[in-house]
Design a protein around this ligand. Structure first.
Ligand SMILES: Cc1ncc(COP(=O)(O)O)c(C=O)c1O
Length: 364
C-alpha cells in the first residue's frame, strides 16, 4: 500500500474511532397546549461535540474527501461557511493534523470565529457574502489545499439510507412514542443537505412522513421552489446565520420537499426567543425558523382533522449569538421589534391562534 493510501487509512480510522466514542443527540418533547392533538419534538443537534448539526456533515465531508483521495497530509482544508460548518470541520481537521482555513462572512458572530480558532482553524473574513466560493477556490489554488465545498457536496457526502444519519436517528428515537411515524419533519436550508437526507430517507423507508423546509427572508430557496428557477441570485447575505442563501445551492433538492415556507427574519428571532424561554436555554435563529415551520404544520394538521407527531431540528445552541440575537441593544440597532411577535408565537403555541400572515407558503 502506498504512503498516501496508508495515511488516508489511518485518517479514516481516527474519524471512525471518534464516532465510536460519541453518543447520539437527544429528542426533546415540547408540548403545544394550543394543539393537544399534536406532539412536537426537537432533535437537539446542539449537543454534538462542536455544537451544531454540522458535526454530522463535517464528519461525512471528511470521510467522502478521504475516500475520494482528495486530502493530503499537510495540505490545508478550506471551507466556505457561515460559521457552524467551519467550527465542525476545524475539529476534524485538527483530529487529522491538517491546517484548516474557514472563509466566512465578515458579519459572522465573534463567538463562532473564536470557536474556529479554538479548534486550531484560521478565519478568512469576506465582506461580500456572494464571494465566499470564489475566495475559497482562490485560497485552495494558492495554498495547494482542498476546497471542501459543503454547498455542492452536502447531499452526496451524507449516507442518506442509514448509518445513523439524522433521519434514521429520529425514527429510531421515535419508536416508542404515541405517534412513532412523524406526520411532518421540519428543517431549514443552508446547503439543503439536511433536508435532502430527511426527504430521501422517508421515501426510501416508505414512510408517509412529509418534509417541510422553512426558508429565511433573504434567500432564494423558497422562490426557486415555487418557480423552478435555479438561476435566481440575491446580492445580500441572510441574517439568520446558517440558513438562507443568495444562490440556489447544488445540495438543495426541491423534489424531495413536500412543502416550503419563507419566514420573516423577525418572526424567526421571536420564535427563537420563545423557544429559549420554554427550553430554559438559548438556541440559534434557525431553530426559531423551524418552530414556525412546526406551528404551520400543526395548524395544517388541525385543519385536516389529523392527529400525530412533528419533529423539528434544533440546529445549534444560542451561546454563539450572545452578542447578537440575544443582545437587546443589537436587536434594536438592527431595527428588530420582537415583543409583539413573541406574543404572537406564544398565542399560537398556547392557544392555537394564527401566526402573522407574513409567512409565505407553498404546498401547505
Ligand atoms: C445553525 C444552522 N442551522 C441550519 C443549517 C442548515 O443545514 P443544511 O446546510 O443541512 O441545510 C445550518 C447550516 O449551515 C446551520 O449552520
Amino acid at each position: 500500500m502506498n504512503d498516501h493510501r496508508q495515511w488516508a487509512r489511518e485518517a479514516i480510522r481516527i474519524i471512525e474511532a471518534d464516532f465510536q466514542r460519541s453518543a447520539d443527540t437527544h429528542l426533546i418533547p415540547l408540548p403545544l397546549p394550543g394543539f393537544p392533538e399534536v406532539e412536537l419534538y426537537f432533535k437537539d443537534e446542539s449537543s454534538h461535540p462542536t455544537g451544531s448539526l454540522k458535526h454530522r456533515l463535517a464528519r461525512s465531508l471528511f470521510l467522502y474527501a478521504l475516500c475520494n483521495g482528495w486530502l493530503r497530509p499537510g495540505a490545508p482544508v478550506i471551507e466556505a461557511s457561515s460559521g457552524s460548518t467551519a467550527i465542525s470541520e476545524a475539529y476534524f481537521a485538527r483530529l487529522l493534523g491538517l491546517p484548516f482555513i474557514a472563509v466566512v462572512p465578515a458579519t459572522t458572530s465573534q463567538e463562532k470565529i473564536a470557536q474556529i480558532a479554538f479548534y486550531g482553524g484560521q478565519s478568512h473574513l469576506v465582506n461580500d457574502p456572494t464571494q465566499l466560493y470564489a475566495e475559497s477556490e482562490r485560497l485552495a489554488r494558492e495554498t495547494g489545499g482542498h476546497f471542501m465545498d459543503q454547498f455542492t457536496y452536502a447531499e452526496r457526502a451524507t449516507d442518506w439510507r442509514a448509518n445513523n444519519n439524522i433521519a434514521e436517528s429520529i425514527f429510531t428515537q421515535m419508536r416508542f412514542e404515541r405517534h412513532p411515524e412523524p406526520a411532518w419533519l421540519i428543517s431549514s436550508p443552508g446547503t439543503g443537505g439536511t433536508t435532502a437526507t430527511l426527504g430521501r430517507y422517508v421515501r426510501y423507508r416508505q414512510h408517509a412522513t412529509r418534509v417541510l423546509c422553512a426558508d429565511a427572508e433573504r434567500s432564494v430557496f423558497f422562490d426557486s421552489y415555487t418557480s423552478g428557477d435555479r438561476s435566481l441570485l440575491l446580492d445580500c447575505g441572510s441574517r439568520i446565520e446558517g440558513i438562507g442563501r443568495p444562490r440556489v445551492e447544488a445540495s438543495f433538492l426541491p423534489q424531495v420537499i413536500d412543502a416550503m415556507i419563507k419566514v420573516p427574519d423577525a418572526l424567526s428571532l421571536a420564535a427563537m426567543h420563545y423557544l429559549a424561554e420554554r427550553l430554559g436555554r438559548r438556541v440559534g435563529g434557525s431553530s426559531g425558523t423551524n418552530l414556525i415551520g412546526a406551528l404551520m404544520a400543526a395548524r395544517q394538521m388541525r385543519a385536516a382533522g389529523e392527529e400525530g407527531s412533528i419533529v423539528a431540528i434544533l440546529c445549534d445552541g444560542g451561546d454563539r449569538y450572545a452578542t447578537t440575537y440575544y443582545d437587546q441593544d443589537w436587536l434594536v440597532a438592527q431595527g428588530y421589534q420582537l415583543p409583539g411577535l413573541i406574543a404572537a408565537v406564544t398565542a399560537c403555541v398556547e392557544r392555537g391562534e394564527a401566526l402573522p400572515e407574513t409567512v409565505l407558503r407553498a404546498g401547505i
